[in-house]
Design a protein around this ligand. Sequence first.
Ligand code: SAM
Ligand code: DTB
Ligand code: SF4
Length: 334
Amino acid sequence: MPTAVTQHEQTLHFLKPAKPSENSAEALSRQSIEALFNLPFSDLMFKAQQVHREHFNPNEVQLSTLLSIKTGGCPEDCGYCPQSVHYNTGVEASKLLDVEEVKAAALEAQKNGASRFCMGAAWREPKDRDVEKVAELVRTVKSLGMEACCTLGMLTESQAGTLKQAGLDYYNHNLDTTPELYGDIITTRDYQERLDTLAHVRSAGMHVCSGGIVGMGESRAQRAGLVHQLANLTPYPESVPINNLVQVEGTPLHGTESLDLLEFVRTVAVARITMPKARVRLSAGRQQMGEAIQALCFMAGANSIFYGDKLLTTGNPDWQKDQALLGKLGISTT
Ligand code: SAM
Ligand code: DTB
Ligand code: SF4
């Protein structure tokens, strides 16, 4: 029988001790992350499943429901985003929702099975008086017994402290892409400002939710660059949303060549391997994905989804459709 060790078996072996199971820092090189991306698909999936099963029940997925609490009119120029004031996308600007509107949406999400309620606002950064209002919304969500998450743009240390005091569990702030592409996609802020907000969220004692978008015309090496940044945050994020670009007419990225969805699955698998204890969330883009690709993502270690018929301004599969898919796959929810 042949006993020769193939090149990719060597790669798998080499990668085995690459990261301890704790959320601690043992720097992962960008090269080793690229090597994961380059594995034969079945080897990558196998490795991701091994890691997933060490840390989670592979047949369980967490459900987060999103609500846009303040839509549109954003001064930032993120090239993917329909809510930027710089692009003509038909999204109308609206004011911050009030407590009763948010409570009704959270109750509905809870009734449908979501455990986490995520409130998103189209701000570059909130004013202190906005943070006070959002703190009230956080207290309302927490009083229902749900986990609360917010994504409001850049935060100062003291704003992060106010949200933590209100009971906020997670703050979402995505790195979005690899550092060298960032300036091509957003010019109104820089990467370091994203990292600074994440540091403020950490020092306030909240869990970090941070991920990115693929399908923005990046190369595989650049997808590895994004994962490299996320996995080397110390500690790495507790929650990692992987979005596939939702192309919205009027945004600069509309018309970008679509990503081969097997590359999306690879990105999920590499995120799982490099951030073993994180909730890896299959995020925007599910409506365009089909059931088979979503099933592959769960097999690759995704164990959270955005759940509910809307993301912020674009569509998402309705909850009955998701329940049917999860049922077919024998996946239970938390
Ligand atoms: N304004 C805040 C900010 O940018 O941090 C919070 C809301 S913003 C809409 C949250 C995230 O949604 C972005 O960081 C980006 O990752 C994601 N997003 C926005 N538009 C998207 C799109 N068209 N497709 C996929 N993800 C998108
Ligand atoms: C994240 O990573 N994806 C969500 C959430 N965090 C806030 C947002 C996706 C937005 C997709 C475009 C839209 O609906 O406007
Ligand atoms: Fe504004 Fe956030 Fe959209 Fe960028 S992603 S334009 S910061 S709402």
